[in-house]
Design a protein around this ligand. Structure first.
Ligand code: GLN
Length: 286
C-alpha cells in the first residue's frame, strides 16, 4: 500500500504538468477525499493510504485535469473570511469582488436600503446583511440555480434580511423606482462585463465551465452598465451605485455616469492597483 506522501506526490505531479497550483490543489483534493484536515493529513504523510482513498483521489485529480473548477469539486470556497457553498451554473466568487463589499460597507450609513443586480452565490448581499442587519436588501438574479445557492448561503450564515428575487432586475424597475421615491437606495452589482469576443480568450476553466450568462457583457462589455445607468437616472430621490468593473473599464463606466448631472464619481482600486470598483453618488440630496 502506498503512503499518503506517495499518493499526494503523484497527484501533485499530474497537476503540475497542467501548470496548476499543484501542491496546494493536491492537498485540498486529498483533504476532500479523506475528510481529514490539511494539518492532520500533513501529520500522517508516512501512514499507508487505503486503496479506496487512492482510487477516489485519482478520480478527482482526473476531473481537475479536465479543467473542471476545483471549487466545484470541493463544493465551497472562501470569500472575505467566510465559507460559501458553490455549485455548477453559478459564477465562482472572485477576490476582486471583496472591494465591492468593502466599499459598500463604508457607504451604508448614508443610505436606507440596498438593491443588488445579479447576486450569483450571494457573496455581496450576505456580508452586507451581516454588516448591517437593520437594513433590508432586495437582490435579483435571473438564474434559478443562483437563487437556490444564495438561499443556502444565506441560511449557512444566518442571514434573513435579504429578499432574493428570481427574475430580471430591469423588469422590476417599477418596484425599484417606488422604493427610490421614499428611500435613499444604494445599488451594488458585479454584472457580467467581459466583451463577448474576449470570452474565447479566458482561462479554460472559466470559459469551459462557468456560466457565460454571468460573464458576457455584450459586444463592448458595457451593456449592463448602460442598462443600470438608464434605470437609476430615473430615480427621484438620492442614490448611490457601487459597481465592479473589468480591467480598463472604469473610465468608460465613469463616462456613462457623467450623463447623470450632480453625480460624483470615483474609483476604488483592488490589491493589484487596478481600478476595480466605480462609485457614483449624488453630492446633493435631490
Ligand atoms: N471577474 C470575472 C472574470 O474575469 C468576470 C466577472 C464578471 O463578468 N462580472 O472571470
Amino acid at each position: 500500500m502506498p503512503t499518503y506522501h506517495e499518493v499526494l506526490s503523484s497527484g501533485r505531479q499530474k497537476l503540475a504538468a497542467f501548470g496548476e497550483d499543484a501542491s496546494l490543489e493536491a492537498q485540498l483534493l486529498l483533504t476532500y477525499v479523506t475528510g481529514v484536515s490539511r494539518s492532520g493529513l500533513l501529520a500522517s504523510l508516512s501512514d499507508p493510504c487505503p486503496d479506496d482513498v487512492e482510487r477516489r483521489f485519482c478520480e478527482v485529480i482526473d476531473r481537475r485535469l479536465s479543467r473542471y473548477p476545483i471549487q466545484w469539486i470541493l463544493g465551497e470556497t472562501e470569500f472575505m473570511g467566510r465559507t460559501y457553498q458553490v455549485s455548477e451554473g453559478v459564477l465562482i466568487p472572485r477576490s476582486d469582488t471583496e472591494v465591492v463589499v468593502e466599499t459598500a460597507c463604508e457607504l451604508l450609513d448614508r443610505y436606507d436600503c440596498v438593491i443588488e443586480c445579479g447576486f450569483g452565490s450571494g457573496i455581496i448581499s450576505i456580508p452586507l446583511a451581516l454588516h448591517r442587519p437593520d437594513f433590508l436588501i432586495d437582490a435579483w438574479d435571473i438564474d434559478p440555480s443562483a437563487v437556490a445557492l444564495a438561499l443556502c448561503n444565506a441560511n449557512r450564515h444566518g442571514v434573513t434580511t435579504v429578499r432574493w428575487h428570481l427574475g430580471d432586475f430591469f423588469e422590476s424597475s417599477l418596484f425599484i423606482r417606488r422604493l427610490a421615491k421614499t428611500h435613499r437606495v444604494l445599488l451594488v452589482s458585479n454584472p457580467p462585463y467581459i466583451p463577448t469576443a474576449d470570452i474565447a480568450e479566458l482561462d479554460e476553466t472559466v470559459k469551459g465551465f462557468e456560466p457565460h450568462l454571468a460573464l458576457d457583457g455584450g459586444s463592448d462589455g458595457l451593456r449592463f452598465y448602460r442598462q443600470l445607468m438608464g434605470l437609476v437616472s430615473s430615480f427621484s430621490n438620492s442614490f448611490g451605485v457601487v459597481l465592479e468593473v473589468g480591467i480598463g473599464q472604469a473610465e468608460s463606466v465613469a463616462t456613462l455616469m457623467a450623463d447623470l448631472p450632480e453625480m460624483n464619481v470615483r474609483f476604488v482600486q483592488d490589491l493589484s492597483g487596478i481600478n476595480r470598483v466605480v462609485v457614483g453618488e449624488f453630492t446633493i440630496t435631490r
